[in-house]
Design a protein around this ligand. Structure first.
Ligand code: AMP
Length: 308
């Protein structure tokens, strides 16, 4: 199977109550592709960077079988830059700076070998770019997943609605789900969002886990309680990458299998937040992933007798 990943490949500057980073590599597509590469070896990436982006990092991605033919490199231009500061609870953050740079006039061109794809992950970036990628595909992928951010809702809501109408799964955090639906109740909100197009909705609740929903079913995955969280940046993207990579590898997009994929995504995200940026994802092993998945199973495993 093949997975096409669209999103930012970027520089981030992050500060949390427990430390701060200099300018480090980040970006939605970076986290998604690195996480997915744990499960699938056919990943094609569509994005844009400037000539300031470290070549060694591109090599790291290639070493993980991430194909970069669709990554445009703009000579003399700067890569996308985002700066954020986390609050004490680490679930909320302020964006201090967003510099679109190369993203401002990005016109994605899908290489011939990307046009047929089984799974499409539309990571965070301009909805017009996401639409353009959808339009260039030669087939309808088996599953299209979308992740987006308040930033794009604020400046490109009309395009974003068009994208939402064309995807199968929308991943969104709880605050964004409330804003998008205008409902405080996530259950009522989910119903409204599912009417906008997607068949499935994943509501991410940071350290309170994630909810997977369709019109008839609901599944809750906890987040792993961790002793230390250094940097939550990219947790949502890592979750999405693990979710997609697992589904792509298992070739099964039933609700039952999505439940497993949500646990796998949560396990990967729980590692990602242990260190700043992508550092932890770059050293992650299969044994560690298995170990953490088992901890998730144990975390919610209990015996109970019904009261009557
Ligand atoms: P997450 O913490 O999962 O929401 O993702 C954080 C990543 O998204 C960072 O690595 C940023 O580079 C990237 N990012 C931040 N703002 C935007 C934006 N407006 N569009 C696309 N990517 C962004």
């Amino acid at each position: 199977m093949s997975l096409l990943v669209v999103g930012t490949v970027a520089f981030d500057k992050i500060s949390t109550p427990f430390g701060h980073s200099d300018k480090i590599v980040g970006g939605a597509a970076t986290y998604i592709a690195l996480a997915a590469s744990q499960f699938t070896k056919k990943i094609n990436l569509v994005s844009v960077i400037g000539d300031d982006f470290p070549k060694e990092f591109l090599q790291e991605m290639k070493n993980r079988s991430i194909d970069l033919q669709g990554l445009q490199i703009k000579e003399g231009e700067k890569s996308f830059f985002w700066e954020g500061k986390y609050h004490y609870d680490m679930n909320s953050r302020d964006t201090l700076d967003t510099q679109l740079n190369v993203l401002a006039d990005f016109d994605p061109v899908l290489p011939e070998s990307y046009v047929e794809c089984d799974f499409l992950m539309l990571g965070n970036l301009a909805p017009s770019v996401q639409l353009s990628v959808l339009d260039q595909l030669g087939n309808r992928p088996k599953l299209v997943v979308l992740d987006t951010m308040k930033f794009w809702r604020d400046i490109a809501m009309e395009d974003l609605k068009k994208v939402i109408a064309r995807v199968d799964v929308l991943t969104i955090n709880d605050e964004e789900a409330r804003q998008l639906s205008g409902e405080y109740s996530l259950v009522k909100g989910a119903r409204k969002i599912l009417e906008m197009g997607p068949k499935y909705l994943i509501i991410k609740k940071g350290e309170n886990g994630a909810l997977l929903m369709d019109r008839d079913n609901m599944f809750y995955a906890p987040a792993m309680p961790l002793e230390e969280v250094m940097d939550p940046t990219g947790a949502g993207d890592t979750f999405a990458g693990g979710f997609m990579g697992y589904l792509d590898n298992s070739r099964d997009i039933s609700f039952e299998n999505m439940k497993r994929a949500v646990i796998v995504g949560s396990a990967l995200a729980s590692y990602s937040v242990e260190k700043f940026g992508t550092e932890r994802l770059l050293t992650l092993t299969e044994e560690e992933i298995d170990h953490r998945i088992q901890l998730f199973v144990d975390l919610v495993d209990f015996d109970i007798l019904l009261v009557d």
